[in-house]
Design a protein around this ligand. Structure first.
Ligand code: ATP
Ligand code: LTN
Length: 327
């Protein structure tokens, strides 16, 4: 009974990086697992202030986008994290099993707290809430981008500690990284991650961009002063990033794509990548539009949350009992 679970924060637009790092691997694997869970991590979004009107719209957009990207609601349980009241309750029990020191080592916290002078306590406890998301339903694998690997490992450590202290309660989760090192980089600054909360939209492709926008962004992507289309993340981060994107979207090996462009210039290569990305995103957008307007989404979410609550309630009661908080 192998299980798979992942979630995305509805902060900013859904990016090509999110699609490649988290959703595409889940779509590929959804048939191979007995149970698959995918949720919108709306409680996680609150760790950094979000405009409530925008957040409300975005949550629905994310759900429609999941399904448009190929997540099948018949196979995958789709839900909103905030509609399950047992998840924050489990998170509290886990906070008391997590060491301050280990939580302090989280790189994302260090980076985000540096950027934000008045950061919230939630930004610090965020990985424990994530551990609750992962552990309540005994997930085996968590498909995430490489930046989230440390958080999944924390969930595993906390689960192990809980099992050791209170008896076998949780399955130990493993991060599933789609392809070693697949971290889609910003098109303008290919040394950093393509991120939805980025200030410069020119470096970020969102799943809502038009063909014109996609083409413009890719044609203007930062490259280097050489001419050879070759994968070399150190010396040619821009070209390597475009090769990564092209390889994932075309399901072809990087070496084969390199061979196609021997003797050609960066412009030809960029045009190829722009066409691949545009084709993929346009097809997804067509499905997305029709979903957004249908009441199908509510039915899917109602079904998903019912299953999620039943599992979380059971786990919460088991944890409480084992920890000694009973009447
Ligand atoms: P933020 O910029 O607000 O931190 P984000 O764009 O990093 O947001 P998340 O919600 O943190 O997005 O990530 C959702 C999932 O997408 C995670 O599994 C994350 O690892 C993955 N992901 C995000 N950006 C990329 C990227 N550039 N390449 C590969 N995977 C990514
Ligand atoms: N922290 C993740 C989103 C997230 C998640 C999860 C991913 C919240 N809970 C559980 C996988 C499993 C992020 O920022 N991308």
């Amino acid at each position: 009974m192998a299980k798979l679970l992942t979630g995305l924060k509805p902060t900013g637009e859904f990016t090509l990086g999110n699609y490649i790092g988290a959703i595409a691997p889940l779509v590929q694997m959804q048939d191979a697992y007995d149970e698959v869970y995918l949720f919108v991590a709306d409680l996680h979004a609150l760790t950094i202030y979000q405009d409530p009107t925008e957040l409300r719209q975005r949550i629905r957009k994310f759900i429609a986008m999941y399904i448009a990207c190929g997540v099948d609601p018949a196979k995958t349980t789709i839900y909103l994290q905030s509609e399950n009241p047992y998840i924050p309750a489990i998170s509290w029990l886990l906070e008391c099993t997590t060491q301050f020191g280990e939580a302090s080592r989280m790189i994302q916290f260090k980076e985000k707290s540096k950027k934000n002078e008045n950061f919230s306590v939630g930004l610090f406890t965020y990985p424990v809430l994530m551990a609750a998301d992962i552990l309540y339903c005994d997930t085996d694998y968590v498909p995430v981008g490489i930046d989230q690997k440390q958080h999944v490992e924390l969930a595993r450590d906390v689960a192990e500690r809980f099992n050791h202290k209170y008896g076998e309660t949780f399955r130990l989760p493993t991060p599933y990284i789609a392809k070693e090192g697949t971290k889609i980089k910003d098109l303008k600054d290919p040394t950093k991650k393509m991120s939805k909360s980025d200030e410069n939209p020119q470096g970020v492709i969102t799943m809502f961009d038009s063909v014109e926008q996609i083409t413009k962004k890719i044609m203007r992507a930062t490259t280097d002063s050489e001419t050879q289309v070759k994968f070399d993340e150190e010396k040619k981060p821009g070209i390597s990033n475009l090769l990564n994107i092209a390889s994932v979207l075309s399901n072809r090996r990087i070496e084969d794509i390199e061979t196609d462009f021997v003797g050609k210039n960066y412009g030809d290569f960029k045009k190829y990548v722009a066409e691949l990305v545009s084709e993929k995103i346009s097809a997804i957008q067509q499905k997305y539009q029709s979903l957004l307007e249908s009441d199908e989404l509510d039915k899917i979410l109602d079904k998903g949350i019912k299953k999620s609550i039943a599992l979380a309630q059971e786990k919460y009661l088991e944890m409480k009992e084992k920890m000694g908080i009973v009447r």
